[in-house]
Design a protein around this ligand. Sequence first.
Ligand code: ZN
Ligand code: ZN
Length: 357
Amino acid sequence: MMERARRALENAREHGADALIVQSAPNRRYLTGFTGSEGTIVITSEGVHLLVDFRYVEQAKLQAPGAHVQMYRREELWAKVAEALAAAGARRPGFEAEHVSWARWRKMVESLPEGVEAVPVTGAVERVRAVKDAGELELIRRAMRITDEALAAVLPEVRPGVRERELALRLEWEMKRRGAEGTAFDFIVASGPRSAMPHGVAGDRALERGDFVTFDIGARYQGYCADMTRTVILGEADERQRAIYDLVLRAQEAALAAVRAGVRASEVDAAARRVIADAGYGEAFGHGLGHGVGLDVHEAPSLNARSEDVLEEGMVVTIEPGVYLEGWGGVRIEDSVVVTAAGYELLTFTAKDLMIL
Ligand code: ZN
Ligand code: ZN
């Protein structure tokens, strides 16, 4: 059987399932290579079934040669799922508890034959996805490189009078020119007091001299995401701006120094949080330190105080502390790294010294 699917099924068994039904798009793509907008995967001890409608039969056969591709007509889906389950003697199919809507869950429960009970499963595929293989790392490195290059191309245009939205569009343009298929998320370009909003998506504000400008950006390349943040200053930096920037940078470097396979994600979070709290700004760092990056820009593992995840070799994670002061502004610095046995491989190469443009 396809290795990724075999491991996902193994994880599902820990939840008491004897098969796994997968319908979320990134998980579908990860397990089989199929990129269509609709499709249902049924993993049983016998193999991987990919059920698609008429639109996707040819594409599914091309993209997912390891799966048993079958076409279904409207209203036939659950009968086909039941067939696949029955062929393997499965009676407790797991479903993706975090991705199935209430309406779809009801339809599934009503449609499965008597004696077959759907079991909620969380993270079965996501846990496999958290550790990247060499091919995935290559695509992620490429997405990150495109992101670095796009920012370098646009920085000369960051000046008073330019609107956040224009810069976001220019960044997207530079990424697509370099082979990106799109953006990994809606870019954050947050200037002046707006930089105090950790997720201040680019708006209509025109940049002013003395502004902090936070760019949180990432390209998507063959499905894989990049994620990085840089905060720059326009014109000149005052003392407080320099001090806060320096504080966030020290916190970010302390966290990076803590990254290594076998370390608890919560410890890496604590390494950054300690630096910021010691300076008296603990309350101003109100979000987690980072997250995994892959087919989704936010995926397993989680790096925050409550996380129970342990870093493993091959995970790709972000390290992104910030300090946000309402009415004044904020600073975030975010790098993405691959976790290694000895530490990490840096994926973000844009410099981190305070840039005054
Ligand atoms: Zn980001
Ligand atoms: Zn991030």
